[in-house]
Design a protein around this ligand. Structure first.
Ligand code: LLP
Length: 419
């Protein structure tokens, strides 16, 4: 459930009519709903009610906006971060350092040191040399890094190849078969408290089966590690739960997920950690855009909107579907391809799709854009960096400014040795 709905034929975000935001802020612009973020945060937490010890770390890569993070911090959420930049954001948003988990396959030594200096709660180690480096840095600082070892359980998550992370051929984690030996060696290092296991098999998962298969493997690993004398107190189950993008999509609910986790992990006797991203933020945001032109095409008309692949990359990158809805639908439909102004054929949001009939000057939204939307934006074609707005009932605020192309250009220089 979300808080984007029509009232008297106009699409609202909570109590704000979207045409007002378009008029006052301009388009394209991302619009987030605080009530939706809070609802999703609550639903996910409620789904885990049967799990006695747990920590929820929002995967901030999907929406690192400070305003959004503050909303989730107030919900008791911590953060899953994958870079020094994300780490600083999580702290700046008001999240407690001890509620931060540092994932990521290519952390630098400087980032590991930063995590220690900031006092974060846990490092998720991706391979042995990283663990050795972390132990060295921590020992030098006379600190102990709390850490878990990320394993690659070699399961097919059944999602888009570009967002699958738990197959043996993917770059993430250490093979589950070699994990016991690596764990053994790392657990002996001073500076490191290796306290458990992490995994994350992919994103936008539409079936619980691969997750369950992976968790079962991790359960066996925990038993093996304990038999070898290790103290296993924490397991980080990652994120990945899918969301509906279009009618007919029926991903498992947070409640189904929570029930499966409770069943599979019943005897683990550990604190469980979760890293949800999309399921919290995806349907809490839309990308508001204006139709620039409607141009006849060979197969169907082109609806050319002022948002482009640089603002919302998912369709171009993963052929992802985002529902397109007119802000003031007339009730009529048309078949069209929805494209942006960028000079690439890949700048296509939809092909030959039946959509609300729109004309130049009309406003429309791409739905389910609150996760992996603004954060993946660029300034390609010297376009502005897209702004973000957070709505809260009958008020809203710009939580990220539009960064004009001129500001980006001002950060460049022409060498004086080119005459
Ligand atoms: N934990 C780790 C270690 C991750 O790598 C990810 C996502 C998550 C948690 C959160 O997964 P979620 O709950 O959001 O599925 N840009 C792509 C998605 C990339 C996901 C990367 N990792 C997209 O737009 O679909």
């Amino acid at each position: 459930m979300d808080h984007f709905a029509y009232r008297d034929g106009v699409l609202y975000a909570e109590d704000i009519p979207l045409p007002r935001i378009a008029e006052e802020i301009g388009t394209p612009v991302y619009v987030y709903s605080r009530a939706t973020l809070e609802r999703h945060a609550q639903v996910f937490r409620d789904a885990l009610a049967d799990i006695p010890r747990k920590h929820i770390a929002f995967a901030i890569k999907c929406n690192p906006n400070l305003g959004v993070l503050r909303v989730l911090a107030r919900q008791g959420y911590g953060a899953d971060v994958v870079s020094g930049g994300e780490l600083e954001r999580a702290i700046a948003s008001g999240m407690a350092p001890e509620d931060i988990v540092f994932s990521g396959v290519g952390k630098t030594r400087a980032e590991l040191a930063l995590g220690l200096d900031r006092g974060i709660g846990q490092f998720n180690i991706e391979h042995e040399p990283e663990g050795v480096a972390l132990a060295e840095i921590a020992a030098r600082k006379e600190m102990t890094a709390q850490a878990v070892l990320r394993v690659n359980p070699d399961v097919d998550a059944g999602t888009h190849a570009k967002i699958s992370t738990g197959k043996a051929e993917n770059k993430f984690g250490v093979g589950i078969d070699v994990a016991p030996q690596i764990f053994d060696r790392l657990a002996r290092l001073p500076g490191l408290k290796l306290r458990g296991i992490a995994l994350h098999i992919g994103s936008q998962l539409t079936s619980l089966d691969p997750l369950e298969a992976a968790f079962v493997r991790v359960g066996r690993l925990i038993a093996d590690l304990r038999a070898a004398g290790h103290d296993i107190t924490h397991v980080d189950l990652g994120g990945g739960l899918g969301v509906p993008y279009k009618e007919g999509d029926n991903p498992p609910s947070p409640a189904d997920y929570g029930a499966m986790v409770a069943r599979v992990t019943r005897d683990w006797d550990v604190a469980l950690m979760f890293e949800p991203g999309r399921v919290i933020a995806g349907n809490a945001g839309v990308l508001l855009t204006e139709v620039l032109w409607v141009k006849p095409g060979a197969q169907s008309d082109f609806v050319i909107v002022d948002a482009a692949m640089n603002d919302l990359a998912r369709p171009a990158l993963y052929d992802a579907w985002h529902d397109f809805q007119a802000v003031r639908p007339s009730g009529e439909t048309m078949t069209a391809s929805i494209v942006g102004p960028v000079c690439e054929t890949g700048d296509t949001f939809a092909r030959d799709r039946v959509i609300d009939k729109v004309a130049a000057g009309d406003l429309a939204v791409f739905r389910t854009a609150g996760a992996y939307g603004a954060t993946m934006a660029s300034t390609y074609n010297s376009r502005s960096l897209v702004p973000e707005v957070l709505v809260d009932g009958d008020r809203y605020i710009v939580v990220a400014d539009r960064i004009p192309a001129g500001t980006i250009m001002a950060a460049e220089r022409v060498p004086d040795w080119i005459d």
